[in-house]
Design a protein around this ligand. Structure first.
Ligand code: GCO
Ligand code: MN
Ligand code: MN
Length: 388
C-alpha cells in the first residue's frame, strides 16, 4: 500500500548496516536474532523503501579478512546494492570494538595504537570510496577515560586534531572528495568521552588544518543523554555550515543508550527537528542510527525500519500544516509586530547608538504583554495529534 507517507529515494532515508543487522545483544543478554548477512540487510532495506545503506568497515569486511576475501565480499555487496537500488552515501570506521582500542584510538597514549587507528581508517576510507560514499563519519567510540590520571585531556585534543588533519590529507591525496562528519557522544561506552557534545566539535573544527572538509554528525540520542536540546545543537551546526550528516533515533533522558525507532520516545522533539530540517532545506541523508527492540524477529526489524521513515514523513506533513496554520502564524507575527519601530542593534554605528540612546524603551510596558505561548504550544499539540 502506498500513500503520502511512502518513502521515496528523494527523501534520502538511509540506515546503518549495523542497525538493521543488530542482533539485540546487550550487557545483560546474548543475541536474540540470528546474524543478518550484509547482502540480506540491503535486500531488507530495499523492500522497506530505504534509499541508502551506511557501514563501518567491519560491518562488511571482517577485521581479519585477507585482501582476496575483502575484494570478493565487496564485489558481491556492490551487486546486492545495485539489485536492490540502494546507494552507499556514508562510510565510517570501527575504532571501538577490538581490544586494541580499549584506551581509545586516535587519543591513545600508545603511538602504535594511534598508528593502527589511522591506518585502519585509511582502509575504511578506501572501502567507502570504492562503494561511492562521499561522507565519512568519525565517531570517537572509546576516545575518553575512566580515570583522568591516564593523560592530560588537552593532549587528547591535540592527538585527535593531528589524526583528523592526517586523514583530510589522505582524502585530498587520493582525490576521494570526502567530507568528514564528527559525531559526539557524552558518556558511553566510557564514562567520560572527549568531545562530549556537538558543540565541542564545532569548537574544534576551526582549529583544524582543513576546516572546510570537516563538519558534524549530531545524533538525537547523544545530545539527549547529555540532557541537551537536540534541535538547538543541530541549528547551531546548520548556522555554521557544518551539518554534514545526521543520526536520527530516539532516547529518554537519564536511561541507558536506547537507540529507539525515530520518534518513539519524544515525538514532539522529533517534530521540531523534522520541521527544522525541512524549513532550512537540509539536503543531506536522513540517516537512522537506531535499533529494533530486543523483542523483535526480522519481520519486526522491517517494521522498525518502515516506522522510522513513516514517522519522519508524518512529521514532515505536520510541519507543513503548522507552517500553513493561520492562527499559529498570526501569533508568531504579533510577537514580531510588537517590537516594530525599535532602534536596530544589528549593526554598530554612531547613528545607531544615537537612535538607541534616544528611543523610548519602557521595560514595564514591554514586560506586561503576554506572549501567548500557551496557546501557541496547544495549537502545536493539536497539529501533532492530528486534529488541526
Ligand atoms: C553509537 C554511535 C554509533 C555511530 C557509528 C558511526 O552510539 O554507538 O551512535 O552507532 O554512529 O559508529 O560511526
Ligand atoms: Mn548512538
Ligand atoms: Mn550514531
Amino acid at each position: 500500500m502506498s500513500d503520502q507517507f511512502t518513502p521515496l529515494p528523494e527523501h534520502k532515508f538511509s540506515f546503518g548496516l549495523w542497525t538493521v543487522a543488530n542482533q539485540g545483544r546487550d550487557p545483560f543478554g546474548a543475541a536474540v536474532r540470528p546474524p543478518l548477512p550484509p547482502n540480506d540487510a540491503v535486500a531488507m532495506l530495499g523492500e522497506a523503501g530505504a534509499w541508502g545503506v551506511n557501514l563501518h568497515d567491519n560491518d562488511l569486511v571482517p577485521i581479519d579478512a585477507t585482501p582476496a576475501e575483502r575484494d570478493a565480499i565487496v564485489s558481491s555487496f556492490k551487486k546486492a546494492c545495485r539489485a536492490n537500488k540502494i546507494v552507499v552515501p556514508m562510510a565510517t570506521v570501527n575504532l571501538f570494538y577490538d581490544p586494541i582500542f580499549r584506551d581509545g584510538a586516535f587519543t591513545s597514549n600508545d603511538a602504535r595504537v594511534r598508528a593502527y587507528a589511522v591506518r585502519k581508517t585509511m582502509s575504511a576510507m578506501d572501502l567507502g570510496a570504492e562503494l561511492g560514499a562521499k561522507v565519512f563519519v568519525l565517531w570517537g567510540g572509546r576516545e575518553g577515560t575512566e580515570t583522568d590520571a591516564c593523560r592530560r585531556a588537552d593532549d587528547a585534543v591535540k592527538r585527535l586534531r593531528e589524526a583528523i588533519n592526517f586523514l583530510c590529507e589522505y582524502s585530498l591525496d587520493k582525490k576521494y572528495g570526502y567530507k568528514f562528519a564528527m559525531e559526539a557522544k557524552p558518556n558511553e561506552p566510557r564514562g567520560d568521552i572527549y568531545m562530549a557534545t556537538t558543540g565541542n566539535y564545532l569548537g574544534l573544527i576551526p582549529t583544524l588544518a582543513h576546516p572546510e572538509m570537516v563538519g558534524v554528525n549530531p545524533e538525537v540520542a547523544h545530545e539527549t543523554m547529555a540532557g541537551l536540546n537536540f534541535v538547538h545543537a543541530v541549528a547551531q551546526a546548520w548556522d555554521a555550515g557544518k551539518l554534514f550528516h545526521i543520526d536520527l533515533n530516539d532516547q529518554v533522558p537519564g536511561r541507558y543508550d536506547q537507540d529507539f525507532r525515530f520518534g518513539a520516545a519524544n515525538p514532539r522533539g522529533a517534530f521540531f527537528l523534522v520541521k527544522f530540517l525541512e524549513d532550512v532545506g537540509y539536503k543531506g541523508s536522513r540517516h537512522f542510527d537506531a535499533h529494533a527492540y530486543r523483542t523483535e524477529d526480522y519481520a519486526g526489524v522491517k517494521e522498525f525500519a518502515r516506522g522510522c521513515m513513516r514517522t519522519y514523513l508524518i512529521l514532515k506533513a505536520a510541519a507543513k500544516r503548522w507552517n500553513a496554520d493561520k492562527e499559529i502564524q498570526a501569533l508568531l507575527a504579533e510577537n514580531i509586530a510588537a517590537g516594530k519601530g525599535a532602534p536596530p542593534v544589528n549593526r554598530y554605528s554612531q547613528a545607531s547608538v544615537k537612535a538607541l540612546m534616544g528611543a523610548s524603551l519602557d521595560r514595564e510596558v514591554i514586560a506586561t504583554r503576554g506572549l501567548a505561548y500557551e496557546k501557541l504550544d496547544q495549537l502545536t499539540t493539536e497539529v501533532l495529534l492530528g486534529v488541526r
